[in-house]
Design a protein around this ligand. Structure first.
Ligand SMILES: C[S@@+](CC[C@H](N)C(=O)[O-])C[C@H]1O[C@@H](n2cnc3c(N)ncnc32)[C@H](O)[C@@H]1O
Length: 209
């Protein structure tokens, strides 16, 4: 199921300004290896969020080889830190290389292991937290992330419409987890949330006072 009308998607993708060499290579890598990245439409939005909030510390849960993190870095001032997490050592090595080549090397801190366990050990607060781990863990990710955000900080979650699979009659464990996550997103008094039907559905939650 297309979340966005394909005509509109094509128009916006074409209208986007060209990306730098490193981002283009990262996108090429995703195409070649069928690696799920947030893509340039959402990527620009992440840069904007970093700019709008003046983010100095960003945490990512599920960073892959650093594509989404690279967009965040582009919206942060030098001296900012982006803390990445992923299960894969190879993804870490690739991210370090891409960041170095893009001139963002000193901004990157990358931990390998379970994102939620790592997050529990990290000292907050963070200005922005991105959640893009295995969907089954989304409800737990919300509970882990919110206490680690500063007041007014932003919790971003990808794939909350799951290509429309959440509407299937027979729901997978992932679909059920996403639906539970979305329910908590709007029932929690600690955050003020919305779902943007962009790409695969992007949830934005602001930590309330
Ligand atoms: C969709 S990809 C992330 C893409 C990245 N955010 C981007 O757009 O460039 C999801 C990544 O999360 C990692 N992952 C999934 N579950 C995880 C967990 N519990 N802890 C850490 N990493 C996890 C996977 O290894 C994979 O690289």
């Amino acid at each position: 199921m297309n979340i966005t009308n394909p005509k509109i998607e094509r128009y916006v993708m074409k209208a986007l300004p060209p990306r730098d060499k490193v981002l283009r290579e990262m996108e090429q890598y995703a195409r070649k290896h069928a690696f799920p990245i947030i893509g340039p439409m959402v990527g620009r939005f992440l840069s904007q969020l970093a700019l709008i909030t003046g983010a100095k510390r960003i945490l990512e849960l599920g960073s892959g080889y650093g594509y989404s993190a690279y967009w965040f870095a582009g919206g942060m001032k030098k001296g900012g830190k982006i803390i990445c997490t992923d299960l894969s050592e190879e993804n870490r090595a690739r991210a370090i290389e891409f960041f170095k080549r893009g001139g963002f090397g000193p901004m990157l801190e990358y931990h390998v292991g379970d994102a939620l366990e790592i997050a529990e050990q990290l000292k907050g607060p963070f200005d922005i937290i991105l959640n893009d781990i295995d969907k089954i863990d989304y409800p737990r990710a919300l509970e882990t992330a919110i206490p680690r955000l500063r007041k007014g900080g932003i919790f971003v979650t990808d794939n909350v419409l799951w290509s429309g699979r959440i509407f299937h009659k027979k729901k997978t464990a992932e679909s059920k987890a996403i639906l539970e996550f979305n329910r908590r997103l709007f029932s929690s008094k600690k955050i003020f949330s919305s779902i943007l039907p962009v790409r695969d559905g992007l949830a934005i939650a602001v930590k309330a006072d």
